[in-house]
Write a protein of this length. Sequence first.
Lengths: 100, 149
Amino acid sequence: MRGKPAGFAATLGAVAGYALATLGLLPRPYFYPHLGQVSWTAVGDEPAIRWYGSIAYLLLGGVLGGLLGSRLPEPALRRLAVVVPAVTLLVLVWMERRWF
Amino acid sequence: MNLVLLLIHGISAALLWGAVTHQAVALWWPAPRGGPGFWRSLRGVHAERYARAVAVLFVVTLGLGAILYAPFRVLVRAAYLDAHVPWATGLFEIKEHAAAIGLAVLPAYLAAWKEPQALRTRRALTTMLTLIVWFNYLVGHVVNDVKGL
């Protein structure tokens, strides 16, 4: 992983990892803070955190993106590194509309 | 312990908020260095020198927030917010997504600040990061005021 293209590609990989995990397309573990346990299955009404799993996929996607994606042309990577995170964030915000 | 971490999280967030806002002002509204007056001095800083500090502060603030998320999930969200103030839970969920996307944007943001040709990308990513930091800073305060740790 070297050079500026790797930075732009790492962002794309990280956003992809987070989005795929949060949208349920990758398996995410449940962390139960009250029990101090991690599980792949839901435990009744026990409050769980799945965001940690999404962040792990974000970090993994960032590393993979930085390693593999830097071969793409830099101008395209630069544009995508702006558009993809912005659009992804708007989609994720839209998904939370049930709370309002 | 939670209170101490929350205070450090808040201080780190305030430093981040100031640094990224200062950088964004200098980027969008630059002024010659050394001129008279507060506003001219504020706009005349070396914006590129803030990039690494912004990235480090973002990671530190997010890391502290991630530690505090566990007690928040049980003591605040499950015990009160979900049932009584669901819009606060919704705001907090959006804050989580925004923080994650901000973290993901950091490599491109740092790369754009090293690339002399990438002025538009630098402006776009710095603006995105500034909006995320402002949103998360305000939501953090609002949710903590509704029901804190």
